[in-house]
Design a protein. Structure first.
Length: 310
């Protein structure tokens, strides 16, 4: 999600699933992808459980150790860095700390339609005008699947924002992007309330999205609406695999060396450091032919975020 290229495939994936069109050059969006980028996208049906929750006990019983826990029980956000700038991916919002609040034990990321000025993005302090605001925060703590902790499990309980043009996400990424990798545990489009996507990204050169290689993106279609109640989204990161779970059930597994993926890029992330990101973008490159006149801002709620290692 961090740079423009990290969104383009997801547009094609969701569009193909929902409208049953094919992701070919006839769709035009494919022309925005750099030539080296390849990805095998799979469509998965999943059984969501409305207001699903889970405690530490069954996870710890599997031999995991809890290394990070944020229950949003108080207004203290000292575990996080809250953004105050624009972003990448041609997103339309300015991220403001005022749009990140804690209400009744829930983290609330509120998107608003309002005209403000702020920094273009964290790398560019040039002031620009935005027509929307929203919220984004990232953990101060970094995590790594490595020889000491070969398995890392990221978990969050979230109620997604509804509304045309909303793009909430729960993901992890490392500094010097994309050389430390990125794991997209959850990305959604508010106009498709039963659909979300997973993916991962890796590139060998810092700041060069043209050289990124992505593999095995998945479009997950739930049996229930993901915007009206809470669901638990997870990823288990290991040296050669990434597993993605919805409400306690594995919905997709990505493997190093899959013939469909054409590379060992999960293995390339092993030992690298990544931090957690939570945000609710408005518009951007995740949408094909976005009609800005139809945008409906919405609110994303996060009940808790936890990380376990094993």
């Amino acid at each position: 999600m961090r740079k423009t290229i990290a969104a383009s495939i997801l547009t094609c994936s969701v569009t193909a699933l929902v409208s049953l069109t094919s992701c070919t050059k006839d769709n035009n969006k494919i022309d925005q992808k750099p030539t080296p980028l390849t990805e095998a996208v799979v469509n998965v049906s999943a059984t969501g459980i409305c207001d699903y929750d889970q405690t530490d006990a069954p996870i710890l019983a599997q031999g995991y150790k809890k290394v990070f826990g944020e229950e949003f029980a108080t207004s203290d956000l000292s575990k996080w860095q809250v953004w105050n700038s624009g972003a990448y991916n041609n997103e339309l919002q300015l991220y403001k700390p005022a749009n990140v609040t804690i209400v009744d034990g829930k983290l609330v990321l509120t998107a608003k339609k309002e005209t403000v000025r702020g920094a273009t993005d964290p790398d560019n302090s040039t002031q620009k005008t935005f027509k929307y605001t929203s919220g984004r925060l990232e953990s101060n703590t970094y995590f790594s699947a490595n020889t000491t902790t070969p398995k890392v499990r990221f978990s969050a309980r979230i109620k997604l924002a509804a509304g045309y043009g909303m793009w909430p996400a729960f993901w992890t990424y490392g500094d010097d992007w994309p050389t430390n990798g990125e794991i997209d545990i959850l990305e959604s489009q508010g106009q498709y309330p039963k659909v979300y996507t997973t993916d991962y990204w890796y590139g060998a050169t810092s700041g060069e999205p043209e050289e990124i290689t992505a593999k095995d993106g998945a479009v997950i279609t739930s049996t229930v609406d993901l915007t009206t109640c809470y669901h638990v989204y997870e990823s288990i990161w290991q040296k050669d695999t990434l597993q993605f779970l919805l409400d306690g059930k594995i919905v997709n597994t990505k493997y190093t060396g899959d013939a469909t993926g054409g590379g060992g890029f999960i293995k390339s992330m092993f030992g690298k450091l990544q931090r957690i990101a939570l945000n609710a973008a408005v518009g951007g490159d995740n949408f094909e032919n976005l009609d800005t006149s139809k945008i409906q801002v919405g609110t994303t709620y996060i009940d808790w975020v936890r990380v376990y290692t094993k």
